[in-house]
Write a protein that binds this ligand. Structure first.
Ligand SMILES: [Zn+2]
Length: 529
């Protein structure tokens, strides 16, 4: 088998003076809201040149300007305006959009070493970080291009980064660059696993990639389970989904366990389960009518959990511990396929009646969630998360750019979703907060004697009231986390993240969201200050 082309984060150099690095780079990308604000940093002739453009172009501050000038690196000058940033509905994504467009334009016209200039913002504290992250994002090359088309393995050789904003200390900008590169490293892993096709990232090959990624000095412990008997015994709901695919070796599922333990006395533990459906046919409730294409992205939850661990492995934050379970399986149609009406008892002893085989995501996650719940009661300050491209309903409710966060009682009283939303708003990785209600628990109660819980109804989630909320009730109930509510002796904070909208879709690469928000919430303060 050909070697795995693991991702690399492109080299980023801090540039102190915009006029002094003519020979080190081959394009200048200016990301700014208003030309007047940045002229103090620019060469006088370049300023005049841009001003002359502005005179004849009334859309100068709305559209990208590409020009030629002797006094900029490679003579390539790209002015990429953010547009308005201060209206009620503007947010820091104006900076990422402008940077992404500007750097892509520079690459498109032949630059291999763009110098990106960011000027910060008084309103958006992390505008520089957001700009850096977007510049790095523009350099990503998908795994299957890196592996199959060697001469397109890299888009750029390096990036330069200039900031016009005063830094808290002399070393801060370098720390910010190191941090952004680590986050991008993690996102590249998320895009690699999430975006590769269903054969390249079939379950055994996801395991192979993760094991290769987290080698000896990574600081991440990896354990892979593939034994069918062990699935049936300890993860029976996962085993049911895996049944149809398990008859083909190269599609047989994997449970992948990750662990990171930072130096020093641990003060926070984050525990994740990621949905890793390498392809979702719907199962025997097959996705008909053209709804199956694109379903290789149904593994983005597991992909992004892996990406978060990659960031941990790069930055090694102290006093922080993380545990992850990647539930990696293919939801196939076949003679072994699980069916509606089956009653399966979960790891937590809850009898689940299958309603629809296309609701496989909650099935593969519920038992691993039960497992990390068992671990969490012994950990320091634990936060549990499920991350999944779970429902079409979340896209219907919030559109395709927002992660829905749903807290259980203890997480709600600790304002976990609010904190995540605030962290995400800083770095352009926004969330909407949804609430799990009594109707959601009522909806999943099975009315027969033979089962406790009904896994799903038989309408698409987008046609079902509270279609992205009730699956969170299912996960809490079936994993036994409902026994760790505010009224219990051992409350556990649990937040479900539905990334069906925010995770991205073909033909674009996955977004690897919400890795930036999670890093901002759990890692940034430990390494940046
Ligand atoms: Zn499905």
């Amino acid at each position: 088998m050909a070697p795995i082309e693991l991702p690399t984060a492109v080299d980023v150099q801090l540039v102190k003076n915009l006029s002094s690095s003519l020979n080190d780079y081959d394009a200048l990308v200016l990301v700014a809201t208003d030309l007047n604000e940045i002229t103090p940093y620019l060469d006088v002739a370049v300023t005049k040149h841009l001003q002359s453009f502005r005179e004849v172009n009334s859309s100068f501050h709305d559209d990208i300007t590409v020009s030629v000038h002797e006094n900029v690196p490679g003579k390539r000058l790209v002015f990429s305006p953010t547009g308005p940033v201060n209206r009620d509905y503007d947010d820091v994504r104006r900076y990422s959009d402008a940077t992404l467009a500007g750097v892509k334009k520079a690459i498109g016209i032949g630059a291999k070493a763009p110098l990106v200039a960011s000027f910060g913002s008084t309103r958006y504290r992390q505008a520089n970080l957001v700009t850096l992250l977007a510049a790095l994002e523009a350099t990503y090359v998908p795994l299957q291009v890196r592996e199959e088309v060697p001469d397109r393995k890299t888009k750029v050789n390096k990036l330069g980064f200039f900031t016009g904003q005063a830094s808290p200390d002399n070393e801060y900008d370098q720390r910010l660059i190191d941090y952004a590169r680590a986050v991008e490293f993690g996102r590249a892993v998320g895009r690699d696993i999430g975006g590769a096709d269903p054969e390249r990232m079939a379950p055994p090959r996801v395991a192979e990639y993760v094991q290769e990624l987290f080698g000896k000095s990574s600081g991440i412990k990896v354990n892979v389970i593939k034994d069918k008997k062990e699935f049936e015994k300890n993860y029976p709901l996962f085993a049911a989904v895996n049944r149809a695919a398990s008859v083909v070796d190269r599609h047989h599922g994997r449970l992948i366990f990750l662990e990171y333990v930072g130096e020093g006395e641990i003060n926070t533990t984050a525990l994740f389960v990621g949905k890793g459906i390498t392809f979702d046919t719907g199962g025997l409730d097959i996705k008909a009518g053209g709804h199956m294409a694109g379903m290789s992205y149904d593994k983005c939850g597991a992909a992004n959990v892996t990406g978060f661990f990659k960031v941990l492995s790069e930055l090694k934050p102290k006093q922080f511990k993380a545990i992850g379970v990647l539930a990696v399986a293919r939801n196939n149609c076949g003679e072994e396929g699980y069916t509606g009406d089956e009653v399966i008892t979960s790891r937590g002893g809850v009898r689940v009646r299958i309603g629809n085989t296309d609701a496989e995501g909650r099935m593969v996650m519920a038992d691993p969630l039960c497992y990390i719940k068992e671990l969490a009661v012994k950990e320091v300050n634990p936060h549990l998360f499920t991350m999944a491209t779970l429902t079409g309903h979340v896209i219907r409710a919030y559109g395709s750019n927002y992660t829905a966060a749903l807290d259980n009682g203890p997480a709600r009283s600790a304002e976990i979703s609010q904190k995540l939303q605030a962290a995400g708003d800083e770095v352009g990785d926004p969330f909407e907060i949804s609430t799990v209600r009594r109707e959601d628990y009522a909806f999943i109660a099975d009315e027969s004697e033979t089962a406790d819980v009904l896994q799903c109804n038989n309408l698409p989630s987008s046609g079902t009231s509270r279609g992205h909320q009730f699956p969170a009730a299912f996960l809490a109930r079936v994993s036994g986390l409902d026994k760790h509510g505010l009224d219990s002796a051992q409350p556990l904070r649990y937040t479900h993240l539905d990334i069906a909208g925010s995770g991205g879709e073909l033909p674009q690469s996955p977004t690897a969201r919400p890795i930036p928000a999670l890093c901002q919430m759990f890692i940034a303060d430990r390494v940046l200050h």
